[in-house]
Ligand binder design. Structure first.
Ligand SMILES: [Ca+2]
Length: 219
């Protein structure tokens, strides 16, 4: 039984269990909540399953990818067997490129420059670059990058991590490259409390240790 409630759609498709020898059905409306409107059915279209009589079948015009199939047998009474074991079929190119290697990041002021080794696969179409801020990876390129370098400009001060993937012409994407992490630094603010550097111990007063832009201690 199929129940419809609160429905305002004009078309109501129902997926009924296929019954082999059924060519017509009857529809009974047994109840309606709306006493002021009668329910009308203008048309019923019945799409029958067409059983395959042969012991082969060709699934044509498929996109590249992995497909799985199983088969059932149906008898004259409409009873269906359990499905056969699944078989897997690979269509077209389902092989992703290898992960890009040797990703290196360099910062100059508020810009990060990235480069990496070109992938060896002949069907590589380009690369995606992902940047991690917090725990979120975001793809930063709008279009596929054809070369093996890119720049990420106008970054606020902060630490950024990058990784790159390679894609082939089918759209198969590789696992990510190594991660490259660095700190982007631009000019310090003009105002604010003065910075004082902590002196290193045991090396005489006033020795500066590990002072790099904003990474210095604020004391
Ligand atoms: Ca491929």
């Amino acid at each position: 039984m199929v129940e419809v409630s609160g429905n305002v759609e004009k078309d109501n498709p129902f997926d009924l269990k296929p019954s082999y020898r059924t060519s017509k059905i009857r529809v009974y409306i047994t109840a309606t909540d709306d006493p002021y409107h009668e329910v009308r059915i203008s048309e019923i279209g019945l799409l029958n399953d067409v059983l395959i009589r042969d012991v082969f079948y060709a699934d044509r015009a498929l996109e590249d990818g992995e497909y799985r199939y199983s088969v059932t047998a149906v008898d004259d009474y409409g009873f269906e067997s359990p499905p056969s074991e699944e078989v897997k079929a690979m269509v077209g190119d389902v092989v992703s490129p290898s992960p890009p290697q040797n990703l290196v990041a360099a910062a100059a002021a508020s810009q990060v420059s990235l480069d990496w080794s070109p992938n060896p696969e002949p069907d590589v179409a380009g690369y995606h670059v992902y940047r991690k801020a917090g725990n979120v990876w975001t793809k930063i390129n709008a279009a596929l990058i054809a070369g093996n370098a890119c720049e990420d400009p106008n970054l606020p001060n902060g630490t950024y991590t990058y990784r790159v993937t390679a894609l082939d012409h089918t759209g198969n994407e590789s696992f990510p490259s190594n991660e490259a992490s660095l700190r982007s630094l631009s000019s310090p603010p003009a105002s604010g409390p003065p910075y004082r550097y902590r002196a290193g111990r045991g090396q005489g007063a006033g020795t500066l240790m590990g002072i790099y832009g904003f990474s210095c201690s604020r004391v």
